[in-house]
Ligand binder design. Structure first.
Ligand code: HEM
Length: 511
């Protein structure tokens, strides 16, 4: 009885050892500098990840200790990776060598019919290109102007009411929760035509998103397993997107498509887009019982999960409000900017045009994502052997390349006084090509985040309207957060504790 597991275990060990020694020999031959690995346990700096340190902590130590190198290879447990350290090399590989290093490495098993078709995970360039083109109208921010912004104004009122109720009860504001409800209701409304009001009742869509972004061991190991095992089926409990998520997405789409076929509305949203694609495909007319195909589910998940299925906009907003609570002078500049934009557009309330003119607030959002980039690791997998121009490094097919935006963003070579929150470094006057290349919060090259402008628009609307009414003061975090404040069991950079702030109405301050 015991022989079988022993035999399988020994075979795994031998297999792992062969892979490990082959990779080390390959790095040596390819001129890629590497850190002496320990078989099976990888680099020791990663041992604390998950229990007491976030992923960026060991990555940053390795980045700092290898200042003289363009790149450095090592093992994270049994996973071999090459960390790129220089923005010029990242640009070269992510943009110019796109064809040779196109995959993100998240692909899962052969029998998975959904995730390999998702934008951020698709290992097939044709599928990726078709889906990226198909979804591109959804990322145009003018979609949010006019009537759609009237809906967003409704969200602003709901947010103000929620904040005011908490204030009157003497409670601090949980900014991540407020931002999560605001963002998710806007997304569910503008892409799926759902009329959720999360401030009153948690809708199906919010529950669905929350279950995807909650940090934990399962999620952390799931990402690791997906990167590592590639084509081997992953346990359901370790999957990022489970069968339950797929079923929920399917029934949501089915319900909305049926409704659309009955009302005949045209809303230029995801539902319209999916119906159009299906009609083109079948050369047919809209049918209320139209089958929701796997492709439609993949497109829906690609758009609604914001690429990496992490709490991106919630995070950006809560880190920004945290920083602004420590810098009242920047809050004041934003208020002044809101006032001027309203005057310029002759507006008495928030409009799309007003928000688009909040340039200093936009700089604050960029500066926050420099200090706290949401994604701790951006990945590429080499699809063939190649040598980046101007180097003698040989990247072999299958090599996993990683980039750590957090360390590059805090490198004084690219950003002076990197730990200081200074939104003016992103002003048009101060921006230079060195810092533009080194800014990696939204990725690089043809796969860079297509939703960044939507994210910035929603975040500006929320922060601009909150600061228009209130002054924000720190409550839970009275000094600037650092890596010790990050959640150890998240693949993203998220704070481990709630960000709570006090709000003081401006009319009260005026007296
Ligand atoms: C603060 C907010 C956000 C941040 C920091 C962020 C960051 C990123 C990053 C780092 C990537 C990987 C880029 C690369 O591999 O080079 C990415 C990809 C992606 N993001 Fe975002 N994102 C945000 C919001 C959004 C939103 C709101 C949407 C959708 C409405 C979105 C849709 C996507 C998609 C579809 C991809 C995959 C692109 C591809 O592989 O072609 N993102 N995002």
């Amino acid at each position: 009885m015991l022989y079988a597991p022993l035999l399988v275990g020994s075979l795994c060990l031998v297999f792992n050892y062969l892979v490990y020694s082959r990779r080390v020999a390959q790095w040596r031959k390819s001129n890629i500098p590497f850190l002496s690995p320990s078989f099976l346990i990888g680099h020791k700096y990663f041992w604390g990840v998950g229990s007491n340190s976030a992923t960026v902590v060991p990555l940053d130590r390795i980045y700092q200790e290898n200042k003289d190198k363009d790149l450095v290879a090592f093992f994270i447990a049994t996973l071999p990776v090459v960390l790129l350290r220089k923005p010029a090399l990242i640009k070269q590989i992510f943009a110019r060598n796109f064809d040779e290093a196109f995959k993100t490495g998240f692909a899962v098993s052969h029998n998975d019919v959904i995730t390999p078709h998702m934008l951020s995970q698709s290992p097939d360039k044709k599928v990726w290109k078709t889906h990226r083109n198909a979804l591109s109208p959804m990322f145009v921010t003018t979609r949010f102007s006019g009537k759609r912004f009237a809906k967003i104004r409704n969200q602003i009122s709901l947010m103000w009411t929620h904040v005011e109720e908490a204030r009157l009860q003497g409670k601090p504001i949980n900014i991540k929760e407020v931002a999560g409800m605001f963002f998710q209701d806007i997304i569910s409304n503008s892409f799926l035509a759902l009329d959720d009001n999360s401030y009153v009742k948690e809708g199906e869509f919010r529950k669905f998103l929350k279950s995807l972004v909650e940090p934990g061991w399962g999620k952390l190991l799931g990402v690791f397993a997906q990167m590592h095992l590639q084509r081997i089926p992953t346990l359901e409990s370790l999957k990022f997107i489970t069968q339950k998520h797929i079923e929920t997405m399917k029934s949501l789409l089915q319900k909305q498509i049926k409704q659309r076929s009955q009302t005949g509305d045209q809303r230029n949203d995801l539902i319209d887009l999916l119906i159009r694609l299906k009609e083109q495909d079948q050369d047919g007319k809209l049918d209320s019982e139209m089958d929701v195909t796997n492709e439609m589910i993949s497109l829906g998940l690609s758009l609604l999960l914001g690429g990496k299925s992490v709490a991106t906009v919630d995070n950006m907003v809560s880190f920004t409000i945290h920083l602004l609570s420590l810098y009242p002078e920047y809050q004041e500049r934003i208020r002044q900017e809101v006032k001027e934009a309203m005057e310029k557009h002759n507006a008495t309330e928030f409009t799309y045009e007003v928000v688009r003119d909040l340039h200093f607030l936009n700089q604050c959002l960029h500066e926050t994502s420099r200090l706290y980039p949401n994604t701790s690791v951006i990945t590429r997998v080499c699809t063939e052997d190649f040598t980046p121009a101007g180097t003698d490094y040989i990247f072999k097919e299958g090599e996993l390349i990683i980039v750590d935006p957090y360390s590059i963003h805090r490198d004084p070579e690219y950003f002076e006084n990197p730990d200081v929150f200074d939104p003016d470094r992103f002003s048009p006057k101060n921006r230079d090509s060195k810092s533009v290349d080194a800014f990696l919060s939204f990725g690089k090259g043809p796969r860079k985040c297509p939703g960044s402008n939507v994210a910035l628009l929603v975040a500006s609307t929320l922060i601009g309207s909150l600061l228009h009414k209130y002054e924000v003061r720190p409550y839970s975090h009275t000094k600037q957060m650092d890596a010790d404040d990050f959640h150890p069991r998240s693949f993203a950079i998220v704070h481990k504790d709630d960000v709570l702030v006090n709000v003081i109405p401006r009319e009260i301050l005026a007296y």
